[in-house]
Design a protein around this ligand. Sequence first.
Ligand SMILES: *Cc1c(COP(=O)(O)O)cnc(C)c1O
Length: 418
Amino acid sequence: MHHFHYQKDELYCEQVPVSEIARNVGTPFYLYSHATLRQHFRAFDGAFSDLKHLTCFSMKSNASLAVLRLFAVEGGGADIVSGGELYRALKAGVDSQKIVYSGVGKSIEELKYALQSNILLFNVESSQEISLLNDVARDLEKKAPIAIRVNPDIDPQTHPYIATGLKESKFGIDINESLKEYARAATLDQLVVSGVSCHLGSQLVRTDPFLDALKKLQGLIKTLKHSGIVLRYLDLGGGLGITYDNEDPPHPKEYADAIQKALDTKDLTLILEPGRVIMGNGGILVTKVLYTKDAREKKFTIVDAGMNDLIRPSLYGSFHGVQPVKTSGRKKIKMDIVGPICESGDFFAKDREVETLEPGELLAIMSSGAYGFSMSSNYNSRPRVAEVMVKGRQYDIIRARETYEDLVKGERIPDFLL
Ligand SMILES: *Cc1c(COP(=O)(O)O)cnc(C)c1O
């Protein structure tokens, strides 16, 4: 469920016409629905209410302060993958004791920052990271709570770029190797061995891979217990998929019920790291038609947003719905919706049936809340777009559109070129 809907012929976000925002903010812009995000968070978090659990929103899907604030107010934590994300999480008021930190390449500075911030859990991903974290913690006279991120070697049946739990993937420590690392970590003075974590990949549309992983993790937890290592946290990662086109992923309730049924103990605190399932359908990208063009083979609609604003179609061949902000009743024709970037990969939709469009009309690229703005760049020296959040009848710009000055901020022409 989301709150982007038509009233008569007009697309609304909650109670605000999208065209009204476009008039005031200009295009392109990302638009998020507060009610949708809150509802998605509550549906997910609420589905686990019978268990000791913590929902850590995966910030790489959307790191806007306003978005983080919304989830923090709802009691959510954050799953971070960099020092920059930690900074944002703290700035937005996320409780540091609800922050978990994953990533294969945490730098020494990042480890220090996270230790000084007293985060809940370091999801460590290599033997060397374990040693380094212990050293850094000693220097700072801190204890570092760790979970080993294990690689359970499970095929999530998703796009190869977003599959992360296969044995050929760079993430985590092989689940069989992890016993050795647990034993070693337990001997290191500054580490508190607290949990186990995994993350299988993204846009999973079935529960089986999660249950297979859970089974393997529970096996590991038991083996560790026998050798005297008792864990408190079981972090199942994120990855639950959404409907972009005609996918039929399990509802969070169904996902939670399946997990709950498969759990063999209620002693552990379950950590979940959802990103896409909460954010994805909570946001759209609003863009304006610049030109239409009839080439020999194709009809192109050229819009003012590009792959630098939303890279998913170019990067993964992902599907995003494309809807007119004002429906015209004109007939639908097949077209490619493309951006202004000088790359053939710069498209949002190919051979898509959309109502005939005229320059100046607005289009909504649907399901763009996750991995939209957060993956955007300044490629082609395009200022990054504005972000807007609607709540009921109100809306606010939660991130200003970048200016040309922003584009050159920090740059310098050296003296030897003057
Ligand atoms: C990306 C990521 C997530 C979130 O994945 P979604 O598919 O957006 O739910 C969670 N945990 C880790 C470690 C990740 O890298």
